[in-house]
Design a protein around this ligand. Structure first.
Ligand SMILES: [Zn+2]
Ligand SMILES: [Zn+2]
Length: 251
């Protein structure tokens, strides 16, 4: 029986080889934007509506740059993808061979180890290759099982409906801010709930923020109603715009 390091090295080498082929075959580096949808388990890589590719994916795990920890997706309560249970095959294998890194849900480790975990998962989950997306402090690793070519399907339409294009950031999730928030003068930043970049939202939640003045009016008028909303004149932006505004205005 191999020890864990030997085993993970072998799988990592295999992944490197197949990744090269996969990346060139789909010209993955040519896409500037990504978006993924947990409900449909679809990853979209794109430059525009005409220049895009979709993949079905299995979430493998995430790496927090804050706590330097890897979390297997089977452990992750925020992951709603049904396919995350496929990673339980890795766990069972780890139990048989007593590889603790495969059986513990949360592991303190170096960032570089993530690709080894992905490589091991690829041994059990038939896939074309792997992809990593990053949103601020969190790296999310996926295995892409196959290209999804039904671009007219309801799943894709629904996914696109859930995104907006502000003109600067590509298709992102929608967010709402009051008319006074800008990147010229800090006006405060009140939110309907505490947010962070890349966070998953429940179906009924939206990113929404307003300025100090709006907050005064909102309190004065007893909450959001016709009068306070008239003052705020909430407008639609994308989530990327939202977090730029948040960083600038929250002082
Ligand atoms: Zn305002
Ligand atoms: Zn934007």
């Amino acid at each position: 029986m191999k020890n864990y390091d030997e085993f993970s090295n072998i799988e990592f080498e295999k992944l490197c080889e197949s990744q090269n082929v996969f990346k060139s075959e789909y010209d993955l580096d040519s896409y500037s934007y990504w978006f993924y949808d947990q409900e449909s388990e679809l990853l979209r890589l794109y430059n525009s509506d005409e220049d895009e590719v979709f993949f079905k994916y299995v979430p493998v795990g995430t790496y927090s740059l804050k706590s330097n920890t890897w979390m297997w997706s089977w452990e992750n309560e925020h992951s709603i993808e049904k396919s995350k249970n496929e990673t339980l095959q890795v766990k069972s294998f780890g139990e048989i061979h007593n590889y603790q890194k495969l059986t513990k849900g949360l592991i303190e480790c170096d960032k570089d180890e993530c690709w080894e975990f992905v490589a091991i998962a690829k041994k059990f989950i038939k896939s074309l290759g792997a992809y990593c997306t990053d949103s601020k402090d969190l790296l999310t690793y996926k295995l892409l099982t196959h290209e999804y070519s039904e671009t007219d399907s309801t799943a894709v339409k629904k996914m696109k409906q859930r995104t907006v294009d502000c003109g600067n950031h590509g298709f992102k999730r929608p967010a709402f801010v009051c008319q006074h928030l800008n990147l010229k003068k800090a006006n405060g930043f009140e939110e309907s709930f505490t947010t962070y970049r890349g966070m998953e939202l429940d179906e009924e939640d939206d990113f929404a923020a307003w300025c100090n003045e709006c907050e005064k009016v909102r309190v004065e008028k007893d909450g959001w109603n016709e009068e306070s909303e008239k003052f705020a004149k909430i407008k639609l932006v994308c989530e990327e715009c939202y977090f730029e505004l948040k960083e600038f205005n929250k002082k």
